[in-house]
Design a protein around this ligand. Structure first.
Ligand SMILES: N[C@@H](CCC(=O)N[C@@H](CS)C(=O)NCC(=O)O)C(=O)O
Length: 214
């Protein structure tokens, strides 16, 4: 049995969406970020990223983490790639070329999109400094978003069917979706993101997220 550590309001959303897509049973331990708790060391604190029991799984103290038998994995995209490869059926790779493409999109999402997109998500759009941050970070996304816009023209999904690649990239693009000018400049990418978000498994993941305290 797989055990996934990490609450929905974290990068655990990525494997949680994937596991729902493939309908796989797993044990969920909704470990929360320590910084979101007033006193993470209190005796009655929920399991969190500073709990000794969780540090025994991931000594880095970050979620998500996954155990699959004796295998312990950290890094959300490595977790997604493992689940997809081992249990994903057609959501995962069916040959080495597809595996390489899925790895390519994972690294692209992490190297080119996640950082600037998170800066946009957390910037205070009401302040001058926040507005400047959003503009600068949106500028960094122009090249990778143009790449996605061109790649998705005439295609519904990143590969020839919905796959883990869409989940990994969509979860990074999502952080920037609040910046309307950026999304309006990339209509094909925006339509793909909407398609991803219309999937019942994404909606189920999102409902789990909304059910957690902010
Ligand atoms: N690169 C890692 C980043 C993991 C990460 O930053 N997790 C956050 C929650 S989304 C966390 O655990 N933060 C708590 C901390 O860093 O103390 C991944 O993709 O899994």
């Amino acid at each position: 049995m797989l055990t996934l550590y990490g609450c929905y309001r974290s990068r655990a959303s990525r494997p949680l969406w994937l596991l729902t897509e493939i309908g796989m049973e797993f044990a969920h331990r909704p470990v929360i970020q320590a910084y979101r708790l007033a006193d993470p060391d209190a005796a009655d604190a929920p399991d969190n990223t500073r709990s000794p029991s969780f540090l025994a799984v991931n000594p880095l103290g970050q979620i998500p983490a996954l155990t699959d038998g004796d295998l312990v994995l950290t890094e959300s995209l490595a977790i997604c790639l493992h689940i997809a490869r081992a249990y994903g059926g057609v959501v995962g790779p069916t040959n080495l070329a597809e595996q390489a493409l899925m790895e390519q999109w994972a690294l692209f999402a992490l190297a080119m999109i996640e950082g600037p997109a998170i800066e946009i998500l957390y910037a205070d759009a009401a302040s001058d400094a926040g507005k400047a941050t959003i503009l600068a970070e949106a500028g960094k996304l122009m090249r990778p978003f143009a790449r996605l816009e061109a790649h998705l023209t005439g295609r519904d999904w990143l590969l020839d069917r919905f796959s883990v690649a869409d989940i990994m990239v969509a979860e990074c693009v999502r952080y920037a979706q609040g910046h309307a000018p950026l999304m309006q400049a990339h209509p094909t990418l925006s339509a793909w993101l909407e398609r991803c978000h219309a999937r019942p498994a994404f909606q189920a993941m999102w409902a789990g997220r909304m059910a957690e305290p902010a």
